[in-house]
Design a protein around this ligand. Structure first.
Ligand code: SF4
Length: 386
């Protein structure tokens, strides 16, 4: 099957009803055809134009060369039904994205245990260069468009054989660096005519892009916010997250306070515990007032090893000691123990492996990033611990 010209292609999974109206008007078609198409696409999930039996032949002929109902293919799925499963999708341009299906998970992002969560990617690769992360290792390739973001959910539901009712944008990429497509995708994911995912069941996780946090706060999309914090002082955070140089903690906290005020909504602070890097009691003690100031809950995530990176997971004793300081300080804290839930650090490994095997990653760039991580780990800030 030939691929439509990207300049004129219509990708219904990424289209709003008003866009259909505009398109159909230009084709001399009545507006109600747009509602029919939207229903075929989302409610009935058809995968071919032929299945849209209520559309006239003349309209199908006009749409046929431009319509793209699906743009990605499942390349790999790991795990079984009851486990956390990684899904690898091949995009039309031959690149890969990963997403993660997380079954019933007590208290994950404050949701009930009967939810099926999908961790979604927003970009191919990532430019943020967090030193511990597999997604950033091969650098940034491109943004996903709204259709590609929504399609991950559609395709993952097929693999899961059931409805996904909770989304976390914690997969590959920095979602706020792709804000326009993200906001459009969130509208489609939430809309009753679209994917119908509840307003309180979509969480966007950012490394801390301050201006975009402020923009998202103003956008009329229902979404929760999680921050990949991973350090409670500028010194430690900058060691592992270069974005902290541009938006240090003071600026980040002010933006988060404004979000909290504007949205009256609790923020989640994600904190990947990395051995001897950010898991010292000094960091735990600094995290207490910071979380309390924001009325935030803290998710502690023991680091998941990434091939070729020097970081390690702390001992369980160190993890528990860190969590206890937060608890004693009156902070709502969750320490993840379940294998597979430590998504953020590990996400991207499958894709990196696949793209390396196919020779489409820049080997020297990956090597340079690994060296930067090694340098950061050897010059780490001393951590007081168990
Ligand atoms: S942790 Fe997130 S923001 Fe940082 S490099 Fe990885 S994907 Fe990008």
């Amino acid at each position: 099957m030939s691929i439509p010209d990207p300049k004129t292609a219509l990708q219904p999974l990424g289209m709003l009803p008003e866009e259909w109206q505009e398109q159909l008007e230009a084709m001399g078609q009545p507006a109600f055809r747009g509602r029919q198409i939207v229903e075929w696409v989302f409610a009935k999930r058809v995968t071919s134009l032929e299945q849209m039996s209520s559309l006239p032949k003349s309209l199908k002929e006009v749409l046929a060369p431009r319509l793209q109902l699906r743009t990605m293919q499942l390349a790999q799925a790991t795990g079984s039904r009851d486990e956390t499963r990684k899904l690898l999708f091949r995009l039309q341009d031959g690149r890969f994205v990963e997403c993660v299906l997380i079954p019933a998970s007590p208290d994950l992002y404050g949701q009930r245990a009967d939810r099926l969560t999908l961790c979604v990617s927003s970009q191919v690769g990532c430019a943020m260069d967090c030193r511990f992360c597999a997604s950033g290792l091969a650098g940034f390739t491109r943004n996903l468009n709204a259709a590609e973001i929504v399609e991950q959910v559609v395709q993952a539901e097929l693999v899961a054989g059931e409805r996904i009712d909770n989304l976390v944008f914690m997969g590959m990429g920095e979602p706020l660096a792709n804000l326009t497509a993200l906001i459009k995708a969130l509208r489609i994911l939430n809309a009753p005519w679209g994917m119908g995912i509840g307003a309180r069941h979509m969480t966007v996780s950012t490394s801390g892009m301050v201006p975009q946090i402020r923009q998202l706060a103003q956008a009329p999309v229902p979404v929760r916010l999680a921050i990949s914090l991973h350090g409670a002082s500028d010194e430690v955070r900058t060691t592992i997250m270069p974005i902290n140089r541009k938006y240090p903690l003071k600026a980040l906290l002010e933006a988060l306070e404004d979000w909290h005020r504007l949205r009256s909504q609790r923020i989640t602070l994600e904190y990947i515990l990395i051995d001897q890097i950010n898991d010292g009691l000094d960091q735990a003690r600094l995290l207490v007032p910071l979380a309390r100031r924001l009325d935030a809950r803290v998710n502690l995530i023991p680091y998941n090893l990434v091939e070729g990176l020097p970081w390690k997971r702390p001992s369980e004793t160190r993890q528990r000691t860190f969590a206890k300081v937060l608890e004693d300080g009156g902070v709502r804290v969750t320490l993840r123990r379940e294998k597979g839930h430590d998504i953020a650090a590990a996400c991207g490994q499958l894709r990196l492996k696949q793209e390396t095997a196919e020779g489409i990653v820049d080997g020297p760039a990956v090597a340079a990033r690994r060296m930067a991580a090694a340098a950061a780990s050897s010059g780490h800030v001393g951590a007081e611990g168990d």
